[in-house]
Design a protein. Structure first.
Length: 70
């Protein structure tokens, strides 16, 4: 899996997306991590809003998605 990264000059966050995300079709999310939070946004709307989760919340979601094939 290759991860693509991009630094957002407005927020200073480094956004990344997986190569498994669908390529140039725009149907993927980007993720940026800090020491206390995980930020998620729609790659089609990089200037739009982002969701912010604690690391524990995002970990629980990732585990659920992995277990149930979401």
């Amino acid at each position: 899996m290759t991860r693509y990264t991009r630094i957002d000059e407005k927020t200073g966050l480094t956004w990344r997306k997986s190569s498994y995300s669908g390529g140039e079709q725009g149907q993927c999310v980007e993720v940026a991590e800090t020491s206390s939070a995980v930020h998620v946004r729609d790659s089609k709307n990089a200037d739009g809003p982002a969701l912010t989760f604690t690391r524990a919340e995002f970990g629980a979601f990732a585990q659920f998605a992995s277990e149930f094939g979401v």
